[in-house]
Write a protein that binds this ligand. Structure first.
Ligand code: SF4
Length: 390
């Protein structure tokens, strides 16, 4: 259910009241409390800025979600960001790993597809190097560092559903877990198993509202029906659902964007995430970036459907590229990093500056390196003078 208007304002008040109580409970010293509140005002401003882009929440199974990359409320780990900022303000003792808001773990090399845009195309269906035990250790390490959101990507984790269930069952209930999938194997029975094991949501890769064109892109004539059945099964079992699309030049037009959003609404999904193609993986060496006039169409669509009351019941549209051009990149070890199918850390799935293994002990210096190297996309945009001053 999408909450907007007065209900969303009321929800905002409830959330900020709970945040204040949380801080009060933790820090009874008035000086500390004052310092934290000063810092929290900065976070509140950030959320207010976010509100500029959308004033809606998704309410799924009694929890409220702003997007698919932050923990839902209520949950103890929702307050993780507040606690981190408090520690930074009071003691400045937060490590690089603890500072991450989200980590994506490429769960498996296995996948029944070989999509046009796959960034793991080279690795697909090779021999696995990470065992279930390794993945359990990785999840434990991330949870010990307090990471509030963990994404399982791939390959397709649904090709290893039993392992996903086993790891979810072993994990502590102090992170939101998401599975990134094509929809393969995501039927009602498996959605129920995932929900019962503690999964929060699924992001389903859907690259066109037209079934034939999606199947062509995914190089499999069952891909569209998998995505639809996956979405239906996940919604029916109380999982948060995001449709994630790779915005190709062929797809990107105003008409297609609106038709896609209507399909997402009909399927009951909460979020539509727009990702711009990058020349990596199967797209390496190709000129795939959107044309400037197409970027403008996407930006206009993003702002209009999130703000206009005409679209108030529509899914919330997320457009990370829009924010990257204005506020920089939050991956590259700043707030997010990627762990590849062999367990090695990179800045993100697209900037593959392979660092140390996540289970090694020198992650702190490696994350420092990532931060110093920064984001390849931002460097390209800087070169082309395409960053937007705000
Ligand atoms: S479903 Fe995902 S992992 Fe599999 S080929 Fe497509 S993009 Fe790659």
């Amino acid at each position: 259910m999408i909450i907007e208007g007065h209900r969303s304002k009321w929800m905002f008040v409830k959330i900020w009241t709970s945040v204040s109580f949380h801080i009060l409970k933790r820090h009874k010293n008035p000086v500390k409390f004052y310092k934290i509140i000063k810092g929290a005002v900065g976070i509140k401003k950030k959320y207010a800025k976010e509100k500029k882009y959308h004033n809606k929440f998704a309410l799924v199974d009694g929890r409220v979600f702003f997007n698919c990359n932050n923990a839902g409320w209520p949950a103890k780990h929702f307050y993780r960001i507040i606690d981190l900022e408090s520690r930074k303000t009071l003691y400045n003792d937060v490590t690089n790993l603890e500072n991450l808001r989200m980590v994506q773990l490429a769960f498996t090399k296995k996948c029944p597809l070989n999509c046009e845009h796959c960034y793991e195309g080279e690795e697909l269906n090779k021999k696995e190097t990470l065992s279930v035990e390794d993945k359990n250790k990785i999840v434990k390490k991330l949870q010990n560092a307090g990471i509030p959101v963990i994404h399982f990507g791939g390959g397709d984790p649904m090709a290893k559903i039993d392992d996903v269930i086993e790891i979810l069952n072993s994990a502590e209930k102090k992170s939101d877990f998401w599975v990134f999938t094509s929809g393969f194997n995501l039927n009602n029975k498996n959605a129920k198993r995932l929900k019962e094991a503690g999964l929060t949501g699924v992001s389903i890769g859907l690259d066109h509202h037209d079934s034939d064109l999606h199947n062509k892109f995914r190089r499999n004539n069952k891909a569209f029906s998998w995505a639809m059945e996956g979405a239906k099964s996940a919604v029916n079992n109380g999982l948060v659902v995001t449709f994630t699309i790779c915005l190709t030049r062929d797809f990107t037009s105003k008409e297609n964007l609106y038709s896609y959003l209507e399909l997402a609404q009909r399927m009951g999904v909460s979020f539509v995430q727009l990702l711009e193609p990058r020349a990596v993986g199967n797209y390496a060496g190709q000129d795939v970036q959107l044309l400037p006039e197409q970027s403008t169409v996407v930006d206009d669509f993003f702002l209009k459907v999130n703000r206009d009351s005409e679209y108030k019941d529509m899914p919330i549209v997320l457009h990370p590229g829009y924010h990257q051009r204005r506020s920089g990149c939050s991956a590259a070890g700043f707030k997010y990093l990627y762990i590849d199918t062999d367990g090695y850390m990179s800045s993100c799935p697209f900037c593959r500056n392979r660092k140390t293994h996540i289970l090694d002990s020198d992650h702190e210096s490696n994350i420092d390196e990532m931060k110093a190297e920064g984001c390849d996309l931002i460097k390209e945009l800087e070169k082309e003078n395409e960053l937007v001053n705000v």
